[in-house]
Design a protein around this ligand. Structure first.
Ligand code: 3PY
Ligand code: MG
Length: 258
Protein backbone atom coordinates (compact mmCIF):
# COMPACT_ATOMS: atom_id res chain seq x y z
CA UNK A 1 0.00 0.00 0.00
CA UNK A 2 1.45 3.38 -1.04
CA UNK A 3 1.82 6.28 1.39
CA UNK A 4 1.09 8.72 -1.43
CA UNK A 5 4.67 8.92 -2.74
CA UNK A 6 6.13 12.42 -3.15
CA UNK A 7 2.61 13.84 -3.31
CA UNK A 8 1.74 12.41 0.12
CA UNK A 9 4.90 13.90 1.61
CA UNK A 10 3.42 17.39 1.68
CA UNK A 11 0.38 16.58 3.85
CA UNK A 12 2.55 14.42 6.11
CA UNK A 13 5.15 17.18 6.51
CA UNK A 14 2.47 19.74 7.35
CA UNK A 15 1.08 17.44 10.04
CA UNK A 16 4.46 17.23 11.76
CA UNK A 17 5.45 19.88 14.35
CA UNK A 18 8.38 21.03 12.17
CA UNK A 19 6.12 21.91 9.23
CA UNK A 20 7.34 22.55 5.67
CA UNK A 21 9.89 25.00 4.23
CA UNK A 22 9.36 25.49 0.51
CA UNK A 23 11.52 27.05 -2.17
CA UNK A 24 9.69 29.57 -4.38
CA UNK A 25 10.31 29.40 -8.13
CA UNK A 26 9.24 31.91 -10.76
CA UNK A 27 11.65 30.87 -13.52
CA UNK A 28 10.14 28.68 -16.24
CA UNK A 29 13.08 26.27 -16.18
CA UNK A 30 12.93 22.85 -14.50
CA UNK A 31 16.68 23.09 -13.82
CA UNK A 32 16.01 25.87 -11.30
CA UNK A 33 13.27 23.88 -9.52
CA UNK A 34 15.53 20.80 -9.61
CA UNK A 35 18.52 22.68 -8.14
CA UNK A 36 16.49 24.09 -5.25
CA UNK A 37 14.76 20.74 -4.61
CA UNK A 38 18.22 19.23 -4.12
CA UNK A 39 19.00 21.75 -1.38
CA UNK A 40 17.45 21.40 2.08
CA UNK A 41 13.95 22.59 1.18
CA UNK A 42 11.08 20.22 1.97
CA UNK A 43 9.14 21.25 -1.15
CA UNK A 44 9.17 23.58 -4.16
CA UNK A 45 6.42 26.08 -5.01
CA UNK A 46 5.97 27.13 -8.65
CA UNK A 47 4.54 30.60 -9.22
CA UNK A 48 2.17 30.69 -12.20
CA UNK A 49 0.59 33.94 -10.96
CA UNK A 50 3.46 36.41 -10.91
CA UNK A 51 6.30 34.15 -12.07
CA UNK A 52 7.14 33.09 -15.62
CA UNK A 53 6.18 29.44 -15.10
CA UNK A 54 3.77 28.10 -17.74
CA UNK A 55 1.85 24.81 -17.87
CA UNK A 56 4.45 22.82 -19.82
CA UNK A 57 7.24 24.23 -17.65
CA UNK A 58 5.29 23.28 -14.54
CA UNK A 59 4.85 19.68 -15.81
CA UNK A 60 8.61 19.37 -16.30
CA UNK A 61 9.47 21.03 -12.99
CA UNK A 62 7.06 18.78 -11.04
CA UNK A 63 8.80 15.69 -12.45
CA UNK A 64 12.29 17.11 -11.75
CA UNK A 65 11.33 17.96 -8.17
CA UNK A 66 9.78 14.50 -7.72
CA UNK A 67 13.04 12.89 -8.90
CA UNK A 68 14.70 14.74 -6.01
CA UNK A 69 12.09 13.12 -3.72
CA UNK A 70 10.14 16.32 -2.99
CA UNK A 71 6.55 17.50 -3.53
CA UNK A 72 5.61 20.53 -5.62
CA UNK A 73 3.02 23.20 -4.81
CA UNK A 74 1.68 25.45 -7.56
CA UNK A 75 0.27 28.96 -7.28
CA UNK A 76 -2.28 29.47 -10.04
CA UNK A 77 -3.06 32.75 -11.82
CA UNK A 78 -5.99 34.72 -10.42
CA UNK A 79 -9.25 32.73 -10.75
CA UNK A 80 -7.74 30.10 -13.08
CA UNK A 81 -9.35 27.11 -11.37
CA UNK A 82 -9.38 24.95 -14.51
CA UNK A 83 -5.58 25.19 -14.53
CA UNK A 84 -5.61 24.02 -10.88
CA UNK A 85 -7.13 20.67 -11.96
CA UNK A 86 -4.59 20.30 -14.75
CA UNK A 87 -1.67 21.02 -12.41
CA UNK A 88 -2.76 18.39 -9.90
CA UNK A 89 -3.21 15.90 -12.74
CA UNK A 90 0.40 16.79 -13.60
CA UNK A 91 1.45 15.82 -10.06
CA UNK A 92 1.28 19.03 -8.00
CA UNK A 93 0.64 18.18 -4.34
CA UNK A 94 -1.15 21.46 -3.62
CA UNK A 95 -2.79 24.41 -5.31
CA UNK A 96 -2.34 27.86 -3.83
CA UNK A 97 -5.10 30.16 -5.13
CA UNK A 98 -4.46 33.91 -4.85
CA UNK A 99 -6.90 36.55 -3.61
CA UNK A 100 -9.62 34.20 -2.30
CA UNK A 101 -12.13 36.72 -0.95
CA UNK A 102 -14.94 34.66 0.57
CA UNK A 103 -16.38 31.19 1.19
CA UNK A 104 -17.93 31.00 -2.30
CA UNK A 105 -14.49 31.42 -3.89
CA UNK A 106 -12.99 28.90 -1.46
CA UNK A 107 -15.73 26.40 -2.46
CA UNK A 108 -14.92 27.05 -6.13
CA UNK A 109 -11.26 26.19 -5.49
CA UNK A 110 -12.22 22.97 -3.69
CA UNK A 111 -14.54 22.01 -6.57
CA UNK A 112 -11.54 21.90 -8.93
CA UNK A 113 -9.03 20.27 -6.53
CA UNK A 114 -11.07 17.52 -4.83
CA UNK A 115 -13.04 14.53 -6.13
CA UNK A 116 -16.67 14.02 -5.03
CA UNK A 117 -18.12 14.25 -2.47
CA UNK A 118 -15.95 17.27 -1.52
CA UNK A 119 -15.58 18.66 -5.04
CA UNK A 120 -16.12 17.92 -8.70
CA UNK A 121 -12.60 17.20 -9.97
CA UNK A 122 -12.66 15.33 -13.27
CA UNK A 123 -10.79 12.02 -13.60
CA UNK A 124 -7.44 12.03 -15.43
CA UNK A 125 -4.54 11.98 -12.92
CA UNK A 126 -1.88 11.52 -15.59
CA UNK A 127 1.45 12.01 -13.80
CA UNK A 128 -0.20 12.25 -10.38
CA UNK A 129 -1.04 8.56 -10.44
CA UNK A 130 2.59 7.50 -10.93
CA UNK A 131 3.94 10.07 -8.45
CA UNK A 132 1.43 8.99 -5.78
CA UNK A 133 2.31 5.29 -6.13
CA UNK A 134 -1.38 4.35 -6.15
CA UNK A 135 -3.41 2.45 -8.73
CA UNK A 136 -6.70 3.94 -9.95
CA UNK A 137 -9.26 3.19 -7.22
CA UNK A 138 -6.73 3.71 -4.40
CA UNK A 139 -5.75 7.06 -5.90
CA UNK A 140 -9.42 8.07 -6.10
CA UNK A 141 -9.88 7.28 -2.43
CA UNK A 142 -6.67 8.92 -1.20
CA UNK A 143 -6.32 11.99 -3.44
CA UNK A 144 -8.64 14.25 -1.44
CA UNK A 145 -6.41 13.79 1.62
CA UNK A 146 -3.06 14.11 -0.17
CA UNK A 147 -3.80 16.84 -2.76
CA UNK A 148 -4.27 20.10 -0.92
CA UNK A 149 -6.41 23.18 -1.58
CA UNK A 150 -4.91 26.34 -0.12
CA UNK A 151 -6.60 29.77 -0.20
CA UNK A 152 -4.48 32.92 -0.16
CA UNK A 153 -5.56 35.49 2.40
CA UNK A 154 -4.47 38.89 1.13
CA UNK A 155 -7.50 41.20 1.11
CA UNK A 156 -9.79 42.94 3.62
CA UNK A 157 -12.69 40.85 2.31
CA UNK A 158 -10.80 37.64 3.08
CA UNK A 159 -10.03 38.77 6.62
CA UNK A 160 -13.69 39.64 7.15
CA UNK A 161 -14.70 36.17 5.81
CA UNK A 162 -11.84 34.27 7.41
CA UNK A 163 -13.99 31.95 9.54
CA UNK A 164 -16.28 31.12 6.63
CA UNK A 165 -13.30 30.47 4.34
CA UNK A 166 -11.65 28.23 6.94
CA UNK A 167 -14.92 26.36 7.52
CA UNK A 168 -15.14 25.38 3.83
CA UNK A 169 -15.17 21.56 3.63
CA UNK A 170 -12.19 20.35 1.63
CA UNK A 171 -10.15 23.52 2.08
CA UNK A 172 -6.95 22.35 3.77
CA UNK A 173 -5.29 25.61 4.75
CA UNK A 174 -4.65 29.26 4.08
CA UNK A 175 -1.53 31.06 2.85
CA UNK A 176 -0.88 34.73 3.53
CA UNK A 177 0.47 37.09 0.87
CA UNK A 178 1.86 39.85 3.09
CA UNK A 179 2.49 42.35 0.29
CA UNK A 180 -1.05 42.35 -1.08
CA UNK A 181 -2.43 42.20 2.45
CA UNK A 182 -0.45 45.31 3.41
CA UNK A 183 -1.68 47.17 0.31
CA UNK A 184 -5.27 46.22 1.25
CA UNK A 185 -4.92 47.11 4.92
CA UNK A 186 -3.41 50.51 3.99
CA UNK A 187 -6.07 51.01 1.28
CA UNK A 188 -3.41 51.37 -1.39
CA UNK A 189 -1.39 53.97 0.51
CA UNK A 190 1.49 51.68 1.50
CA UNK A 191 3.39 48.52 0.65
CA UNK A 192 4.48 47.39 4.09
CA UNK A 193 4.51 43.56 4.29
CA UNK A 194 6.51 43.54 7.53
CA UNK A 195 4.66 46.34 9.34
CA UNK A 196 2.41 46.28 12.39
CA UNK A 197 -0.91 46.07 10.52
CA UNK A 198 0.08 42.87 8.73
CA UNK A 199 1.71 41.54 11.88
CA UNK A 200 -1.55 41.88 13.84
CA UNK A 201 -3.45 40.15 11.03
CA UNK A 202 -0.93 37.27 11.04
CA UNK A 203 -1.60 36.62 14.72
CA UNK A 204 -5.34 36.54 14.03
CA UNK A 205 -4.93 34.24 11.02
CA UNK A 206 -2.85 31.59 12.84
CA UNK A 207 -5.31 31.63 15.75
CA UNK A 208 -8.39 31.29 13.51
CA UNK A 209 -6.76 28.56 11.39
CA UNK A 210 -5.84 26.56 14.50
CA UNK A 211 -9.41 26.92 15.81
CA UNK A 212 -10.67 25.35 12.56
CA UNK A 213 -8.04 22.59 12.61
CA UNK A 214 -6.48 23.90 9.37
CA UNK A 215 -2.91 24.97 8.69
CA UNK A 216 -1.63 28.46 7.93
CA UNK A 217 1.22 29.39 5.61
CA UNK A 218 3.20 32.55 4.94
CA UNK A 219 5.27 33.95 2.09
CA UNK A 220 8.61 34.75 3.80
CA UNK A 221 11.34 36.99 2.41
CA UNK A 222 14.24 34.97 3.88
CA UNK A 223 15.26 32.22 6.29
CA UNK A 224 15.11 34.45 9.35
CA UNK A 225 11.57 35.52 8.47
CA UNK A 226 10.60 31.86 7.92
CA UNK A 227 12.08 30.83 11.27
CA UNK A 228 10.01 33.50 13.02
CA UNK A 229 6.92 32.40 11.07
CA UNK A 230 7.43 28.80 12.17
CA UNK A 231 7.72 29.92 15.81
CA UNK A 232 4.38 31.72 15.58
CA UNK A 233 2.53 28.75 14.15
CA UNK A 234 2.84 28.94 10.37
CA UNK A 235 3.20 25.30 9.29
CA UNK A 236 4.00 26.22 5.67
CA UNK A 237 6.72 28.76 4.92
CA UNK A 238 8.03 29.77 1.51
CA UNK A 239 11.61 30.97 1.86
CA UNK A 240 12.80 33.83 -0.41
CA UNK A 241 12.46 33.37 -4.19
CA UNK A 242 14.69 31.91 -6.90
CA UNK A 243 15.42 35.41 -8.21
CA UNK A 244 16.20 36.90 -4.79
CA UNK A 245 18.48 33.98 -3.90
CA UNK A 246 20.36 34.49 -7.19
CA UNK A 247 20.71 38.24 -6.64
CA UNK A 248 21.83 37.79 -3.03
CA UNK A 249 24.49 35.28 -4.11
CA UNK A 250 25.66 37.67 -6.86
CA UNK A 251 25.91 40.57 -4.42
CA UNK A 252 27.80 38.43 -1.89
CA UNK A 253 30.36 37.26 -4.46
CA UNK A 254 30.86 40.74 -5.91
CA UNK A 255 31.35 42.11 -2.39
CA UNK A 256 33.90 39.35 -1.71
CA UNK A 257 36.03 40.26 -4.74
CA UNK A 258 36.18 43.98 -3.93
C1 3PY B 1 1.96 38.70 -1.53
O1 3PY B 1 2.78 39.00 -0.66
O2 3PY B 1 0.97 39.37 -1.82
C2 3PY B 1 2.16 37.47 -2.29
O3 3PY B 1 1.28 37.08 -3.02
C3 3PY B 1 3.45 36.74 -2.16
O4 3PY B 1 3.89 36.32 -3.42
MG1 MG C 1 -0.18 38.45 -3.48
Amino acid sequence: MSDGGVIGKLARGLAEPRGVNSAWVGANDPAIADALAREGFDAVTLDLQHGGVDFIGANQAILAVALAGKPTLARIPLGDFALASRLIDAGAAAIIAPMIADAAEARRLVEFVKYPPLGARSWGPRAALALSGYVGPAYLHSANATTLAIAMIETREALASLDAILATPGLDGVFVGPSDLSIALHRGAALDPHGGEVDRALTEITARAAAHGKFAGLFCRDGRDAKAAAARGFALRSVSTDLNLLRAAARAELAALR
